[in-house]
Design a protein around this ligand. Structure first.
Ligand code: SAJ
Length: 414
């Protein structure tokens, strides 16, 4: 069975490699020729657990080939990006380009599976008509379904197999055909439903998480005003058997939670006010945290600041929509001298070596709780700084040994 995966990025590449390892002949397609060539020649280190070995093996045994154009296949899986534009409106240009690219290669009996996260009614009202312009009848000639990915970056290869899946077919026949395919490699439950419901389920999953985090963030701010420990409030409330508050934070980043709720808000603004409010609360967190940091910075003349951690969440190298980076930019825009260090993120502005980022600094601000930061020797770090103050935005103070004489504060508690 031949599979064509269109869009070999964060989700598409692990999906293509996994399917190739399961005995399928897979063609991975991406419009970025330079990226495809670098993947082909193993010149790219992909930051996803176990992916590099699997990619090399699949390319070597030819179970996976890569190209910039699709070709005939039994199954087409679309994993193209669906970002927001500058007005927080869904940008479907990559998705439509991906669908159009497979049209010349479609044959009766093919499956077309949309794994990209998509706005409501996209499968039935945008993708289905494009396919039917080719003379195919969806449900009879082509089996079209939305099967939203729900994998956690860093655990993708494991979760592709072990997470249960939702399959939303345009028709019941589409759902059943696509379910038969997923049953070949998914070891968990597979639930079939309609395309409309599958689209909403995916958006609800991330919206639920975003609203829950917004509630925790709002409670943290109230606890700060009240002068009580927000960690105690959340951990004790969660002792209730039916309460599960998530963690408050410096903000909500990544390419999912800050994006997906807007797909519902854009379609139904009148009935998604809670989602919009939650987005506004989470979007405001970097500014709130930066204002707390400034209260400390203003105690020194021309303070020198080392910031550790810029990715969107701990133990990740991904900086998309990173609240930590937003905080850094707020401080820099206000003229503060900020040196950044993040061992997981390569790039011009934040690859200062560890000690250079804090040498003679007055402040060390830890914004992301990478495991590496927990192992550090804070005695030595404090000795390199000038009357050091450590500000923790990642709730790792309890896990690290800070010398008694070094001032340190948890930014969530003050
Ligand atoms: N965050 C908090 N508090 C928390 C948990 C997370 O502030 O208690 C922040 C993180 O620091 C990060 C952001 O939220 O900045 C998003 O992190 P995340 O842990 O929610 O994970 P993502 O965005 O990497 O992946 C999510 C997952 N969705 C759900 O858990 C419902 C994943 O399963 C999805 O597949 C993924 O979005 C996606 O691609 O949609």
């Amino acid at each position: 069975m031949k599979i064509c995966v269109v869009g070999i990025g964060f989700i598409g590449l692990p999906t293509a490699c996994l399917l190739a390892s399961k005995g399928f002949h897979v063609l991975g397609v991406d419009i970025n020729e330079d990226y495809v060539n670098k993947l082909k020649t193993n010149r790219l280190k992909i930051e996803e657990k176990n992916i590099n070995d699997l990619l090399e093996k699949s390319l070597n045994d030819k179970s996976l080939t890569l190209d910039t154009k699709p070709s005939r296949a039994d199954i087409f899986i679309i994993c193209t990006p669906t970002p927001l534009d500058e007005n927080k409106k869904p940008d479907l240009s990559y998705l439509i380009e991906g669908i159009n690219s497979i049209l010349p290669y479609l044959n009766k009996g093919n499956m077309v599976i949309i794994e990209s996260t998509i706005p409501l009614k996209t499968t039935q009202e945008i993708i289905r008509p494009i396919i039917e312009t080719m003379g195919f009848q969806v449900g009879k000639d082509i089996y079209l379904a939305h099967c939203p990915e729900r994998v956690l970056p860093g655990e993708i290869l494991y979760e592709l197999v072990h997470n249960n899946r939702i399959i939303g077919g345009c028709t019941e026949n589409c759902s059943n055909k696509v379910k038969n395919f997923y049953e070949k490699f998914v070891k968990s439950e597979i639930h079939t439903t309609t395309a409309d419901i599958a689209e909403m389920v995916k958006l609800v999953e991330n919206s639920y998480r975003d609203v829950n985090i917004a509630l925790a963030n709002e409670l943290m701010i109230t606890c700060n005003k009240l002068g009580i420990d927000p960690y105690d409030v959340v951990s004790l409330a969660n002792k209730h058997p039916r309460v599960n508050l998530l963690d408050f934070s410096i903000g909500v980043g990544g390419h999912c939670l800050p994006v997906d709720p807007y797909f519902i808000i854009d379609s139904f603004p009148e009935t998604s006010k809670l989602l919009a409010t939650a987005r506004n609360i989470n979007n405001s967190m970097p500014k709130y945290i930066a204002s707390k940091i400034e209260r400390f910075l203003n105690q020194k003349n021309n303070p020198k600041i080392g910031v550790w951690g810029v990715s969107y969440k701990k133990n990740s190298s991904d900086i998309r929509n990173s609240p930590a980076l937003e905080i850094v930019n707020i401080l820099k825009d206000k003229g503060y001298c900020v040196n950044i260090y993040d061992p997981l993120v390569n790039g011009i502005n934040y690859d200062k070596i560890k000690y250079e980022s804090i040498m003679d600094s007055n402040f060390l601000i830890i914004l992301v709780g990478h495991d590496e930061f927990i192992e550090e020797d804070y005695e030595e770090i404090a000795s390199l700084m000038d009357s050091p103050i450590i500000l923790d935005g990642a709730n790792i103070l309890e896990k690290i040994n800070i010398p008694k004489n070094v001032e340190h504060y948890n930014l969530m508690k003050i």
